[in-house]
Design a protein around this ligand. Structure first.
Ligand SMILES: Cc1ncc(COP(=O)(O)O)c(C=O)c1O
Length: 395
C-alpha cells in the first residue's frame, strides 16, 4: 500500500510521499536495498515479468526499491506522473537530451545555462548534428523568433545562475506547444516547494538533486519528472547509458527530501533577508534576487513562485583584490561551488565557475571581478548578515 492521497501540501508530501506504509518488519523508513540483482523463484515468474504481468525489479541498472521511493516522492511533489533518478544532475540532463532529441534537429537554450550543460550541447550534441540557438533568459520574443520547423526542444533553467532570471513558463509553453516544441525546465534553483513547472504545462522538469533536494552537501544525484509517455524513453536510455545512483545515495536523498519543505522555508527567508540587507549596504553596487522589487523578473516570480530560494548574487563596489579580501574574511559560509545544502556556500564566479572562460566571454555574460554568489544555508539570518557585514569591512 502506498501512502499517497491525491493532493496534499509539500510539507506532507516531503515526509510521506512515495513511502510504502507497509515495510519489512513494520519499519517506518524505507530500507537501503543493497543488492545488484533480484532473483526469480521459477521460470514462470521470469516469463510473467517479461510479459508485464508482474511489477517487480529485475537488475540493478534498471531499478531498485530504494530509488523507487525517491521517484514516487518527487513525482508527488512536482505534480508529475513519473520520475527517473540519476547519479547526478548532469547525468539527468545528458540522458534526457540523448533520449529525446531526434537526429539533425534544432535546440533552443538560454545563454546562462549551467556551463557543463552548455558544454554538452555545444561539444557533444554539435557532433551529432544538433544545431543550437542561444537566447537571452526570459526573452519570449527572442524565443519565438528562434523557433524553426526542425526545433524540437526548448531548455532553460529557472531561476538561472547567477542572475536568478525567472522564466514565464506558461508564456514559453504557449508559444512552444503551438509549434510542436517541448519545454524542459531545469528547476534546481526553485525546487518543487517554490515552483512547479509541470503544473504550468512544461513537458519535463530536471533537477540537480545534489542541491536543495538532497540538501546536506553530502550526495550527488539528478532527477527528471514528467508524463509517463515522455519519461519512459528516458528511463530506457538510463538502462543503456547506465548513469545510475547507488542505493545508499538514493536513501540519503530520500532522507534529505523529508525535510525539503521545512528547509526551503529557511532558505527562502534567509535569501530574502540577506538580499534586502545587501541592497541597503553602501559597499554593495547591485543585488540580484527575484524577491526584490529591483529584480527584472520580480513580477513573474511573484506570480509563479512560492518563495525565491537561498541564492543571492551581488556586486561589491571594489575590484578583484577587494572581492578576494571580502570572501576570504567570511567565517560562516564555506568557499565552495554548489548551493542548496544546510551549510551556506560562497563563491566568486570569476575564480570558480567562470574561471575557464576568457575575460571577453565573462564580460558578455556580465560576470565582473567583484560579483559574489552567496548560497544561504539554514543558519540563523542574523549570523549570516553579521558575518557579511564584518567581511565587507575588509573591502
Ligand atoms: C542548475 C544546475 N543544473 C544542473 C547542474 C548539474 O548537476 P550535478 O552537479 O548534480 O551534476 C548544476 C550543477 O551545479 C546546476 O547548478
Amino acid at each position: 500500500m502506498e501512502n499517497k492521497p491525491s493532493k496534499r501540501a509539500a510539507a506532507t508530501s516531503s515526509v510521506h510521499g512515495g513511502e510504502l506504509r507497509q515495510q519489512e518488519a513494520n519499519a517506518i523508513t524505507t530500507p537501503i536495498y543493497q543488492t545488484s540483482t533480484f532473483w526469480f523463484k521459477n521460470s514462470q515468474e521470469v516469463m510473467d515479468y517479461q510479459e508485464g504481468k508482474t511489477d517487480r525489479e529485475e537488475y540493478g541498472r534498471y531499478g531498485n526499491p530504494t530509488w523507487r521511493a525517491v521517484e514516487r516522492k518527487l513525482s508527488e511533489l512536482e505534480g508529475g506522473e513519473e520520475t527517473v533518478l540519476f547519479a547526478s544532475g548532469m547525468c539527468a540532463a545528458t540522458t534526457t537530451f540523448l533520449a529525446l532529441l531526434p537526429v539533425n534537429t534544432h535546440l533552443i537554450v538560454t545563454s546562462d545555462c549551467y556551463r557543463r550543460t552548455r558544454q554538452f550541447i555545444d561539444e557533444f550534441l554539435g557532433r551529432m548534428g544538433v544545431s543550437v540557438s542561444v537566447i537571452e533568459p526570459s526573452n519570449l520574443a527572442q524565443f519565438e523568433a528562434a523557433i524553426r520547423d526542425d526545433t524540437s526542444i526548448f531548455f532553460t533553467e529557472s531561476p538561472t545562475n547567477p542572475y536568478l532570471r525567472v522564466a514565464d513558463v506558461p508564456g514559453f509553453v504557449e508559444v512552444a506547444h503551438a509549434r510542436g516544441v517541448k519545454v524542459i525546465i531545469d528547476s534546481t534553483f526553485a525546487t518543487p516547494v517554490n515552483h512547479r513547472a509541470l503544473t504550468e504545462d512544461a513537458d519535463l522538469v530536471i533537477h540537480s538533486a545534489t542541491k536543495y533536494l538532497g540538501g546536506h552537501n553530502d550526495l550527488l544525484a539528478g532527477t527528471v519528472t514528467g508524463a509517463k509517455e515522455i519519461v519512459d524513453p528516458i528511463r530506457k536510455a538510463l538502462g543503456v547509458l547506465g548513469g545510475i545512483i547507488d542505493s545508499h545515495g538514493a536513501w540519503l536523498l530520500l532522507r534529505g527530501l523529508k525535510t525539503l519543505a521545512l528547509r526551503m522555508e529557511r532558505h527562502n527567508s534567509n535569501g530574502l533577508a540577506l538580499a534586502r540587507h545587501l541592497e541597503a549596504h553602501p559597499k554593495v553596487r547591485k543585488v540580484w534576487y527575484p524577491g526584490l522589487e529591483s529584480h527584472p523578473d520580480h513580477a513573474v516570480a511573484m506570480r509563479s513562485m512560492d518563495g525565491f530560494g537561498g541564492v543571492v548574487t551581488f556586486e561589491i563596489e571594489t575590484d578583484l583584490q577587494g572581492a578576494i579580501r571580502f570572501i576570504d574574511a567570511t567565517q560562516v559560509p564555506y568557499q565552495a561551488p554548489s548551493l542548496g545544502g544546510v551549510e551556506s556556500l560562497i563563491e566568486l564566479p570569476v575564480t570558480m565557475s567562470f574561471w575557464d572562460y576568457t575575460p571577453e566571454q565573462r564580460k558578455s555574460w556580465g560576470i565582473t571581478d567583484s560579483l559574489v554568489r552567496f548560497a544561504c544555508g539554514i543558519e540563523a539570518p542574523e549570523d549570516l548578515i553579521a558575518d557579511v557585514d564584518q567581511a565587507l569591512e575588509h573591502v
